[in-house]
Design a binder for this molecule. Structure first.
Ligand code: SF4
Ligand code: SF4
Length: 508
C-alpha cells in the first residue's frame, strides 16, 4: 500500500527491547484498590455505592454522568471501605473523589450481560454494550468509546484506522497484546467497523513490531476478510498522532482544529479494540488493562495485566522494584507522558506505561539561550515555528502565539527533544495553552454572569410591567363596575320616579 510522507518527526531511541520480549503477566491482588470517579475525558461518574457495601467483581460502582462520561465497575469483589478524596495519578498530585475497595480475595463475579453476536447483533446494541461496559480510548486519550462508535450518525465515515503504532519509546503493551491476543483484537476491530458502518479498515503498526504485524496478518488471512489491511508504517515519532497517522495512510490532511471524522476517518487504539471484544463477546466491563513497566531505574520491568485501582507502588514491587532513585517517574511514554507525583497513585483506564527513567541527578543544567538553529521547526510535524512561539509566550504575547499556530501544537515534544540549548519548549506551550484555557473559562464565566444579570433584569422588568398592567386593568375594571353600578342606580331611580308619577296621575 502506498504511504505518504509527513513533515518533521524525529527518531528517538526506541528502548523497547527491555520489555518487548516479556509476555503479559498478571500480578497478585493488592490489599487495597483506589478507584477514582474521573478516569476519562468528560464528566466524572456518579458513585452508586456507599461505605460498607459489599460488591462483586464487575458490579457497576459509578454511573456515567452526561453525554460524555463513562461507567466504572468493581475490579474485584470485596467491601467498600471509603469514598473520599485521594491522590490522583496526575502531575499535580491533586486529589480526586475515589472509591476505596478492600478485596476479599474471592474474585466473585456479579451477573454479567449475555454475550452479543458480533456479526448479527444490532449496531445500536453493540454501541450501547460498549458504553455500559465503561470502555474508553486506551491509548491515553480516554474518550468514551460508546460515544465514538456513534459517530456514524453525524459523519459520512469511510475508513477505520486502528492505531497500533505505539510510537513512544519504552512502551510495548500494545505490541504484546497484538502478539498474544491477535484473534480477540481482530474481533474487536470487526465489531468497531460494523458499528461504524465503514467500508475499509487499516491496522497501522510501526515497522519495529514485525511479530505483531505477522500475528494479525496470519489471522486476517485465515478468516478471508479482505476489508482489513495490516499496514506497517515507518517508525518515526510521532507516528501515533491521530492526524499524522491518517495523513501517512491516506495522504489527506485533517484541517487544523477539525476531527479526522470530518474527512471520513475514525481512529481507535488497538487496546480499545480488545476491550470492546471482551465487552461484546464476554460481557466483561473494563476493569483491567495492560501496562508496560520500564526505564533504567526499574529492576525488571515487563508487561502486566493490572486491575484498575491498583496502586503503582504495588505494581512496581511485583515487577521487582526500583534499582535506584529515578530521575523521573512518568505515566505513559517519555515524550508525551506526565510526571507521576506519587507511587501511591492508582492505575486508571488511560495509563499504558509507568516509566522510572535514569538515575536521580543532583541538579539538571539550566537551559541555554536560543541560537536560532531552527532544528525545532524542522522537527515539528505540524509545520510550526517552536522558537518563535516560545519567544512570544516569554514576552507574554499569548494571542500572537495563537496567531502563529499555538493551538495546532499537539504537544509531541519533538522540538524540545532536538533543541541543542535544552529549552523546555513543550512546557512553554503547555503553560500557554493552560493560561488560554483558564482565560477562556474566566471570560466564559464573566459572559455567563453578564447573561444571568441581563436575564434577571429582563425578568424583573417584565414582572414590573405585568404588575403595572394588572393594576391598570384592576383600576379600569373597578371604574367600569362603579360606572355600571351608578348607571343601574340611576336607572332604578328613574324607574321609581316614573312609577311615582304614574301613581299620582292615577290617583288624580
Ligand atoms: S510540541 Fe508542538 S511545537 Fe513542538 S514539535 Fe510537537 S507539535 Fe511542534
Ligand atoms: S532548536 Fe532550540 S536553539 Fe534551535 S531554534 Fe529551536 S529553540 Fe532555538
Amino acid at each position: 500500500m502506498k504511504l505518504f510522507k509527513i513533515k518533521g518527526g524525529i527518531h528517538p531511541k526506541g528502548r523497547k527491547e527491555a520489555t518487548s520480549n516479556k509476555a503479559i503477566q498478571s500480578i497478585p491482588l493488592p490489599t487495597m484498590l483506589r478507584i477514582p470517579l474521573q478516569q476519562h475525558i468528560g464528566a466524572p461518574a456518579t458513585a452508586l455505592v456507599e461505605k460498607g457495601d459489599l460488591v462483586k467483581k464487575g458490579q457497576l460502582l459509578a454511573k456515567a454522568r452526561g453525554a460524555v462520561s463513562a461507567n466504572i465497575h468493581a475490579p474485584t469483589s470485596g467491601r467498600i471501605i471509603a469514598i473520599g478524596r485521594f491522590i490522583a495519578p496526575h502531575a499535580s498530585g491533586l486529589p480526586g473523589t475515589t472509591i476505596t475497595l478492600r478485596p476479599d480475595g474471592e474474585e466473585a463475579w456479579a451477573d454479567r450481560p449475555p454475550p452479543l453476536d458480533p456479526d448479527t447483533a444490532p449496531v445500536d446494541e453493540l454501541a450501547k454494550r460498549v458504553a455500559e461496559c465503561g470502555i474508553v480510548g486506551l491509548g491515553g486519550a480516554t474518550f468514551p468509546s460508546g460515544v465514538k462508535l456513534n459517530l456514524r450518525n453525524r459523519y459520512d465515515l469511510k475508513l477505520l484506522v486502528i492505531n497500533a503504532a505505539e510510537c513512544e519509546p519504552y512502551l510495548t503493551c500494545d505490541d504484546r497484546l497484538m502478539r498474544e491476543r491477535a484473534e480477540d483484537v481482530l474481533t474487536g476491530v470487526r465489531i468497531m467497523a460494523r458499528t461504524l458502518g465503514v467500508e475499509r479498515v487499516i491496522v497501522a503498526i510501526e515497522s519495529n513490531k514485525p511479530e505483531a504485524a505477522k500475528a494479525l496478518r496470519t489471522i486476517t488471512k485465515a478468516s478471508g476478510d479482505d476489508k482489513i489491511s495490516i499496514v506497517e508504517v515507518p517508525a518515526r515519532y510521532p507516528m501515533g498522532s491521530e492526524k499524522h497517522l491518517v495523513q501517512t495512510l491516506t495522504g489527506k490532511e485533517t484541517p487544523a482544529r477539525a476531527l479526522t471524522a470530518d474527512i471520513g476517518v475514525v481512529v481507535h487504539n488497538v487496546a480499545t479494540a480488545y476491550a470492546i471484544q471482551q465487552a461484546v463477546c464476554h460481557g466483561r466491563p473494563l476493569i483491567s488493562r495492560i501496562v508496560t513497566l520500564s526505564g533504567e531505574a526499574m529492576a525488571e520491568g515487563g508487561n502486566f495485566e493490572v486491575l484498575l485501582g491498583t496502586p503503582v507502588s504495588h505494581l512496581v514491587e511485583q515487577a521487582g522494584g526500583l534499582k535506584h532513585d529515578p530521575d523521573r517517574l512518568i505515566i505513559g511514554g517519555p515524550m508525551m507522558g506526565q510526571p507521576l507525583s506519587s507511587l501511591r497513585a492508582p492505575i486508571i483506564k488511560g495509563i499504558n506505561g509507568i516509566l522510572a527513567l535514569g538515575q536521580k541527578q543532583k541538579q539538571a543544567p539550566p537551559p541555554m539561550p536560543c541560537i536560532r538553529c531552527t532544528s525545532c521547526a524542522a522537527a515539528c510535524p505540524c509545520g510550526l515555528s517552536p522558537f518563535d512561539m516560545a519567544q512570544r509566550i516569554r514576552s507574554d504575547e499569548l494571542d500572537s502565539a495563537v496567531d502563529i499556530g499555538l493551538l495546532d501544537c499537539i504537544g509531541c515534544g519533538s522540538c524540545a527533544y532536538v533543541c541543542p540549548s535544552k529549552i523546555p519548549l513543550v512546557q512553554y506551550f503547555n503553560y500557554a495553552k493552560g493560561s488560554l484555557t483558564a482565560k477562556q473559562r474566566a471570560d466564559h464565566k464573566q459572559e455567563e454572569t453578564k447573561r444571568l444579570v441581563q436575564t434577571r433584569d429582563a425578568r424583573m422588568e417584565k414582572m414590573r410591567r405585568e404588575k403595572q398592567e394588572a393594576m391598570a386593568r384592576m383600576k379600569a375594571e373597578r371604574a367600569a363596575k362603579k360606572a355600571k353600578e351608578e348607571q343601574q342606580k340611576q336607572a332604578a331611580a328613574a324607574a321609581q320616579n316614573a312609577d311615582t308619577e304614574t301613581k299620582i296621575k292615577v290617583e288624580a
